[in-house]
Ligand binder design. Structure first.
Ligand code: NAD
Length: 341
């Protein structure tokens, strides 16, 4: 019997976090909470996750169509040690006020919420210890997590004077049909885009400035980064750092991995659940320097890269271990991620 975890919001992120939690030997799923009827409820039932409704209306709706529902979210909270809130923004912040604080419940929020929803903005390999024993922690967005993983590794190895990045963002997730674009490239008229300041909520000491645009793809984001380092580093030095960084994977164009589509195909071929790629993929051939500036390109699987962070945030907040490496190794081993240790 491990820590009892409730998942509130069982969509793209919530269902993946639930499956990851269920794989841990020190955690178990107390229940998952949904608002609407969808096939995901049948999947949850098949996985034997207890199902709860977000309110009375959903409870009646679920019962009306014969869904085996245990009750309302408030009942679940009484038998839970921690909540992972995976609802769309700003419902997490509202839930903090109306549910988690009244029930004195520790809660993890996702990257769509403002940083002010929590005490700590979290990426395990950057600031695990800051989340130790905390009550409210935000796992940052897929883009922020992706940049934080590689920038922090470079910063530790060589020091970063300043970082610049252009983010080419996917239009929507593969299962969604209501967002686009479907035939345009849409620049973000925000300088910096919110991603740079968001990275600084995790690693304040790195000066990073981002711009972004949205393109008609559903399968991954792509980041093009340029970084001025404090210490000199060859391309090989940088590749060695990435090769030894948790949750970062080097991919190679010579190995026929020449696009985000190829990464997804490779992930499916490896048999990763749902074809997910939780590691940030840095192209070996995309790493290089010009004068004192380092360039690299990385792909981010938006649906899955934050999943391991949620598992580690649970261990930190519940004080299961104060050792980031111990938690991350356990998480990564259970999820079949690269053996970096
Ligand atoms: P989603 O729409 O796929 O899933 C959200 C689920 O929450 C839906 O099933 C919705 O019905 C449910 N929900 C809504 N209100 C609820 C309530 N009051 N109680 C319980 N359930 C409720 O959204 P998502 O993509 O999983 O995003 C969730 C969070 O994760 C957001 O903060 C988002 O910014 C963040 N995030 C998303 C991605 C991504 O690419 N999808 C990546 C990283 C972080």
């Amino acid at each position: 019997m491990g820590a009892k975890v409730a998942i509130v919001g069982y969509g793209t992120i919530g269902k993946r976090v639930a499956d990851a939690v269920a794989l841990q030997d020190d955690m178990e799923i107390a229940g998952v909470v949904k608002t609407r009827v969808s096939f995901e409820l049948s999947v949850a039932k098949q996985k034997e996750y207890p199902i709860y409704a977000s309110d009375q209306k959903s409870l009646s709706l679920f019962r009306g169509v014969g869904i085996d529902v245990q009750g309302r979210v408030e009942e679940l909270l009484k038998r839970t040690d921690i909540v992972v809130d995976c609802t769309p923004k700003p419902i997490g912040a509202k839930n903090r006020e109306s549910l988690y604080e009244p029930y004195k419940m520790k809660a993890i929020y996702q990257g769509g919420e403002k940083a002010s929803v929590s005490e700590v903005s979290f990426v395990a390999q950057c600031n695990y210890k800051e989340a130790f024993g905390k009550n409210h922690v935000r796992v940052v967005s897929c883009n922020t997590t992706g940049m934080s993983r590689t920038l922090y590794a470079l910063h530790q190895a060589f020091g970063i004077k300043r970082a610049r990045a252009t983010l080419v963002r996917r239009g929507t997730d593969p299962g969604q049909v209501k967002r686009g674009p479907i035939n345009a490239i849409v620049p973000t008229f925000e300088l910096p885009s919110h991603h740079g300041p968001d990275v600084r909520t995790v690693i304040p000491e790195i000066e990073v400035f981002t711009t972004s645009l949205v393109v008609p793809t559903t399968i991954m984001h792509m980041h093009a980064l340029s970084v001025r380092l404090e210490k000199e580093a060859t391309t090989k030095d940088v590749l060695d750092v990435f090769a030894n960084t948790p949750r970062v994977r080097l991919v190679k164009a010579w190995d026929n991995v020449h696009s985000t589509a190829a990464i997804m195909e490779m992930s499916r071929d490896f048999g990763h659940p749902r074809g997910d790629m939780m590691e940030i993929c840095v192209w070996e051939e995309g790493v290089g320097s010009y004068h004192d500036e380092l360039f690299y390109m990385q792909a981010v699987h938006q649906e899955s890269n934050v999943v391991p962070e949620n598992v580690d945030a649970i261990r930190a907040m519940l004080e299961i271990t104060d050792d980031p490496e111990e938690s991350m190794k356990k998480t990564d081993e259970s999820l079949g991620l690269k053996r970096w240790w």
